[in-house]
Design a protein around this ligand. Structure first.
Ligand code: SAM
Ligand code: SF4
Ligand code: FES
Length: 386
């Protein structure tokens, strides 16, 4: 792992020498102590970043993560069950106008098979993700959720299938879905409008997130790092929104161009800024579940490990059948499209143990989130002890 430049917790505390700006370092210390920073202070912290400052930030982010979650890494089994989408987000390879996308849908039986494979491999959270596919009516999705719930009552079900009316979110909640991932993408209305067609709006996205929260879902929001047109001021607004919304999960990853989309010629987001933001989020929302995303692993061979060393505590290996993986192409060069679920699971096991972390068999709820009485938290168990 010589490519891994981030240090681990056993390393001595980073020294306050070198190019560590005392003013910016003090801002990081205030964040670590739970103080809220203003927008301009966050902008300074992002724009003024240096390797020494980042190292200090990562150290504090790891300390904070370890306080709540230790070195345990929660795994979510991702099932990409449809790549049809009625939307036309300018950045995404699944957008309706992308005639080159090779479309597929998994059946309920396929999804249940993926869950069973995942369950046998030790996964206790399943994430059903897909485009906004009208074929999957609210009732069809509810039936799939119920079927998974019945077969795997000790597992958590997460949905990530976009914007819906509150009644639909409620139906799915009652069917047994407990978590929902819906990135806000950007808090700024104009920036949002520059990334989406006019039928989509930041207001509706926020309405959805508020509805999900009010229905008792564990909610995940997030954004792409360095999506075209993103400024530091936008990022500061995103961080303030995360602080105020108090989500249970935050998914961030670099923007990566997909060649058949309107933004396909734009530059990808950087590893360096994504890691810095991950660590800032860990300090701003210390108990949040923070994935080291597949996009991070796509732009750097050790991106996910580096994400964990910057304060992340979740990985989301793919459980979709191998035949369809290469078709769920949000962005180019996505990793893990040729591997089986078991290969990814063992690969991650090895990768994480090399940096002193371990994948655990656990639903992996957000610390402090009220659990339903029906679901007692299981004792975490290392994957390797299965
Ligand atoms: N359709 C659902 C939705 O939009 O919430 C779920 C699936 S969507 C593909 C999941 C996430 O993929 C989006 O929230 C977006 O942030 C991310 N994504 C899409 N295109 C991307 C790209 N080109 N680079 C990086 N992330 C991308
Ligand atoms: Fe559809 Fe989601 Fe892609 Fe937008 S990001 S086009 S909603 S799959
Ligand atoms: Fe999929 Fe390594 S995690 S091959």
């Amino acid at each position: 792992m010589s490519h891994l430049s981030l240090k681990n917790d056993n390393d001595p505390k980073p020294s306050l020498t070198g190019d560590l700006d005392p003013g910016l370092s003090a801002l990081i210390d205030r964040l670590a102590q739970g103080e809220a920073l203003s927008g301009p202070e966050l902008i300074n912290l992002i724009d003024g970043r240096t390797p020494a400052l980042a190292e200090r930030l990562f150290h504090l982010a790891r300390e904070k993560r370890n306080l709540y979650y230790g070195r345990s890494v929660y795994a979510r089994g991702l099932i990409e069950f449809t790549n049809y989408c009625r939307n036309d987000c300018y950045y995404c390879g699944l957008r309706a106008s992308n005639a080159k996308a090779d479309r597929y849908r998994l059946t309920t039986e396929d999804v249940l098979n993926c869950c069973q494979t995942g369950y046998d491999l030790g996964f206790r959270t399943f994430v059903l993700q897909g485009g906004e596919d009208p074929y999957y009516t609210p009732e069809r999705v509810a039936a799939i959720v119920q079927a998974i719930r019945q077969k795997h009552p000790d597992s958590a079900i997460t949905l990530s299938i976009g914007e819906k009316p509150k009644e639909v979110y409620q139906l799915w909640r009652e069917a047994g879905a407990e978590r929902y991932l819906l990135r806000h993408e950007t808090y700024d209305s104009d920036h949002y409008a520059s990334l989406h067609p006019p039928q989509m709006s930041r207001e509706n996205r926020l309405r959805c997130l508020n509805d999900l929260k009010s229905l008792g879902y564990q909610v995940g929001l997030g954004f792409m790092v360095q999506s075209p047109g993103q400024t530091t001021a936008h990022l500061a607004e995103d961080l303030l929104f995360i602080r105020d919304f108090e989500p249970q999960m935050v998914g961030i990853g670099p923007f990566i161009p997909q060649k058949d989309t309107p933004l396909g010629q734009e530059k990808a987001g950087s590893l360096e800024l994504t890691l810095y933001l991950l660590a800032l989020i860990r300090l701003i929302a210390p108990r949040v579940l923070l994935p080291a995303t597949t996009a991070l692993g796509t732009i750097d061979p050790f991106g996910r490990e580096k994400g964990l060393l910057a304060g992340a505590n979740v990985v989301m290996p793919n459980l979709s059948p191998r035949e369809v993986r290469a078709k769920y192409l949000l962005y180019d060069n996505k990793i893990c499209v040729g591997e089986e679920a078991a290969e990814c699971r063992y690969c991650l096991d090895k990768r994480l143990s090399k940096i002193g972390h371990q994948l655990v068999v656990h639903r992996g709820d957000c610390v402090g989130f009220p659990l339903t009485a029906a679901v007692a938290p299981p004792i975490p168990m290392a994957f390797s002890s299965l």
